[in-house]
Design a protein around this ligand. Structure first.
Ligand code: C5P
Length: 226
């Protein structure tokens, strides 16, 4: 069954804590990202929740620097941690090596192509093929380098499942319930469509946290997945 991850995208510690308390009963995992981490730091993460979290820092640097960043993050005991597959094989291998210095390492998830990029935006970055081709290329590279899973849009999930089998944990943002606005996301699908495409987890932020009743919005999405 596909699990729900709620993205707590805020720089405000009180807001994040309130969302964490309200939404934890309705989801499998809470995600904190760059906005929160840069504003509140590791101590802020501890203050928001005692539960293991998904730390979405999308690391992307030379192998030595990423390995150091992973080591610095390990004391927070995140359950999931992201890095950009575009950092290449050696960067991912270095992150794997650093993560494996602890007994229960975080799941390393490689971001393939951001769900905010459509074909033309991706093309403008110099990538000749479309998102599907690039997601597959980076997905293979990341899994071969030791990633535990991949972040992709729901449009590529079934392709990755067929090509790479059951091993990658597929985490899918860019989720929009029917009728919800896309915001800055480009490659979107509904929770049900993502589940049917083979997502292990979907990531939902604003459709929940921007709702007048976040708990009800999360519960409705969880029901759609069930
Ligand atoms: O508010 P929304 O549902 O668009 O939030 C999606 C969340 O997933 C954000 O926290 C964003 O940083 C994250 N994410 C994404 N696309 C990726 C990887 C992560 O939207 N490829």
């Amino acid at each position: 069954m596909t699990g729900l991850i709620v993205a707590l995208d805020t720089a405000d510690a009180h807001q994040a804590t309130e969302w964490a308390e309200t939404l934890a009963p309705h989801c499998g995992l809470l995600k904190l990202g760059l906005e929160f981490f840069l504003a509140q730091g590791p101590a802020g993460v501890h203050a928001v929740t005692a539960r293991p979290i998904f730390l979405d820092l999308k690391l992307h640097d030379i192998p030595n620097t990423v390995a150091g960043a992973v080591r610095a993050i390990l004391p927070l005991r995140p359950r999931m941690l992201t890095l950009h597959a575009g950092g290449g094989t050696k960067m991912i291998e270095a992150a794997r090596h650093a993560a494996d210095t602890v007994d229960d390492p975080p799941m390393l998830l490689a971001v393939t192509v951001l769900t905010s990029l459509d074909s033309s935006a991706l093309h403008a970055t110099g990538v000749a093929g479309g998102p599907r081709q690039q997601v597959l290329r980076l997905g293979r590279l990341a899994m071969d380098a030791g990633a535990d899973g991949l972040v992709c849009s729901a449009h590529e999930a079934s392709m990755l499942r067929s090509a790479l089998g059951s091993r990658p944990v597929l985490v899918v943002p860019g989720i929009r319930p029917a009728g919800a606005g896309a915001n800055d996301q480009a490659r979107t699908l509904t929770p049900r469509e993502a589940a049917d495409a083979g997502a292990d987890w979907i990531v939902v932020g604003r459709p929940i946290t921007g709702s007048a009743d976040p708990a009800a919005a999360a519960a409705a999405i969880a029901a759609e997945l069930a």
